[in-house]
Design a protein around this ligand. Structure first.
Ligand code: GLC
Length: 557
């Protein structure tokens, strides 16, 4: 595969609401991001992905757009955006936006019009369907955020579809006018110079004819077989690619909801000209199905290795994927997969070493570079995420959980964990705002913050910087043939990689105990590319990895 800029690049995801507030209204903003561009550049990342910045009533924090070509007032103005984009480019960084094209906001003019009457010219922009014979919803589809996916409109006596909240009506992609509206919005931003889009829940855009009932086979499978991967999805994506993306030096990164390895190629194989890459949910959901807080799956390293392997094999030589283990929809990386306590630093460094050496584009999420952890919200009044709030309400109504139990689940898996404000310093409100922060700041900000780690050569932050710099110089980190080592070990993850004439070997201890890897063959202290400890206990026969130790050796030819 040709290592184009977007394949080689590392993506840094910003959740603007929680990044840096310059205006003092307690909400992060565009000027705040511009102020931190030098910091972002210092991470050695290449592409900034902004979660939605468009006008929105914020039912789902911007994932409910009321105007695709305007900036959310709380975040600033269009000229703030223009400045951010030009300052980004000046630093040799790229910028991609979050395109939410499966649905918009019920406060978007299209929906307001469409609600007025059955004959309104915007009626067909949405999925309006007659009630079932008993007057109830047309089918049994559930919203991703709880309850029915249909909302009744008394005035026009039909239901509209909303796979997310009822304030996020699904757009009808069958209607060519809808597609043209979205393409025009994309062109508007591309003409300004943005470098591409992350495409929110894009596999959901084509609905199945007649809206068939979902069989009772588990939410994940329902997503795959009923909500996602509809009959015209590939046709739509190809059209979008040809009419828009390919006309620019831009790329598309899909949120691959409902895409499994068998289907991956249909979306991202290069010769199909649909999407440039996708991130799948198998790693992110290897311990939990997003939003299904109670359905925990114990962490299993062999399973994680198989997921990486299967996905690698699924697209090898033909297509491309992105690797992410954290974003704004999941609890914090180090809290979920690492060790928040004694080995906080070591485990955070080990996890990023693993991700940065997997085939594909690397995507990291704000705050993970300083090892930010989950937050503890004391009561439902402190919870801001609509998914968690709905889960809490349903739990109280059904009496399935007590309030304490529900809060415990929300604190463990809820999306607010990843959305607490960025911890810049020990100053008041972690240096995030001079106002009242929109979401509680994690109490640990005095110990976990950027300013403390900036000058500490041993910090997680400086490890990220160093690792990402090494990754830039070594394409074998990004791509190559992989040979697994001790695949069945549930404590150790190791692999050899080779690309063109270069090779590396990656050794990762996933436990808080020492791990003895029996072989020192081809490895020498002189060839260490990165190590999250000061030294390595090794001789020709074995390497003794300390708890959560991660080492990458360059392999001599
Ligand atoms: C995606 C977003 C998530 C949002 C949902 C609905 O999964 O990442 O934050 O709630 O789509 O737009």
């Amino acid at each position: 595969m040709e290592l184009t800029w977007y394949r080689k690049g590392t993506i840094y995801q910003i959740y603007p609401r929680s990044f840096n507030d310059k205006s003092g209204n307690g909400v992060g903003d565009l000027k705040g991001i511009t102020e931190k561009l030098d910091y972002i550049k210092s991470l050695n990342v290449d592409i900034i992905w902004l979660s939605p910045i468009f006008s929105s009533p914020n039912d789902d924090n911007g994932y409910d757009i009321s105007d695709y070509c305007a900036i959310m007032e709380e975040f600033g103005t269009m000229s703030d955006f223009d400045e951010l984009l030009s300052e980004t480019h000046k630093r040799g960084l790229r910028l991609i936006l979050d395109l939410v094209a499966n649905h918009c906001s019920d406060e978007h003019n299209w929906f307001k019009e469409s609600k007025k009457s059955r004959n309104n010219k915007y009626r067909d922009y949405f999925h309006w369907v007659d009630p079932a014979s008993d007057g109830g919803p047309p089918n049994n589809w559930k919203s991703f955020f709880g309850g029915s996916a249909w909302e009744y409109d008394k005035n026009t006596e039909q239901y509209y579809l909303h796979l997310f909240t009822k304030k996020q009506p699904d757009l009808n992609w069958e209607n060519p006018k809808v597609r043209e509206e979205i393409y025009n919005a994309m062109r508007f931003w591309l003409d300004k110079g943005v470098d591409g889009f992350r495409m929110d829940v894009i596999p959901l855009i084509s609905k199945r004819k007649g809206y068939p009932d979902a069989p009772d086979f588990g939410f994940r499978k329902i997503i795959e077989d009923i909500y996602a991967n509809g009959p015209r999805v590939h046709e739509f994506l190809r059209e979008m690619n040809q009419k828009v993306i390919r006309q620019y030096d831009a790329f598309s990164l899909a949120e691959g909801i409902g895409i499994n390895q068998e289907l991956a190629g249909l979306y991202v194989n290069e010769d199909r000209e649909e999407l440039d890459m996708l991130y799948h949910f198998d790693v992110l959901e290897c311990t939990i199905v997003n939003g299904k807080f109670e359905e925990e799956i114990p962490f299993d390293l062999v399973n994680l290795k198989s997921i990486f392997k299967k996905w690698r094999d699924a697209v090898h030589g033909t297509g491309w994927i992105t690797n992410a283990m954290g974003n704004h929809d999941f609890a914090r990386l180090v809290s979920r997969f690492g060790n928040e306590g004694k080995y906080w630093k070591e485990s955070a460094k080990m996890l990023i070493t693993m991700l940065a050496t997997q085939n594909g584009t690397l995507s990291i999420y704000q705050g993970d570079e300083i090892g930010m952890t989950n937050v503890n919200l004391d009561s439902i009044d402190e919870v801001k995420d609509v998914q968690s709030i709905n889960f809490y309400k349903e739990s109280m109504e059904s009496k399935k959980y007590t309030s304490i139990e529900a809060m415990k689940l929300i604190n463990k898996e809820g999306r607010d964990n990843a959305r607490t404000p960025m911890q810049w310093s020990e100053d008041i409100n972690a240096g995030f705002t001079e106002g009242e922060p929109w979401l509680k700041i994690n109490e640990n900000y005095k110990t976990i913050n950027v300013s403390r780690q900036d000058n500490d050569s041993n910090s997680i932050l400086n490890y990220y910087r160093n690792l990402l710099a090494i990754r830039k110089e070594n394409d074998v980190f990004i791509y190559g043939d992989v040979e697994e080592l001790d695949f069945n070990s549930n404590s150790f993850y190791g692999y050899r990689k080779s690309f063109r004439d270069k090779g590396i070997i990656v050794l990762l201890n996933f436990t808080d105990k020492n791990y003895e890897y029996i072989s020192g063959k081809g490895m020498s202290m002189d060839d260490v590319l990165i190590n999250n400890y000061d030294n390595i206990l090794m001789n020709e026969e074995k390497i003794n990895l300390k708890p959560y130790q991660a080492v990458v050796f360059r392999l001599s030819d």
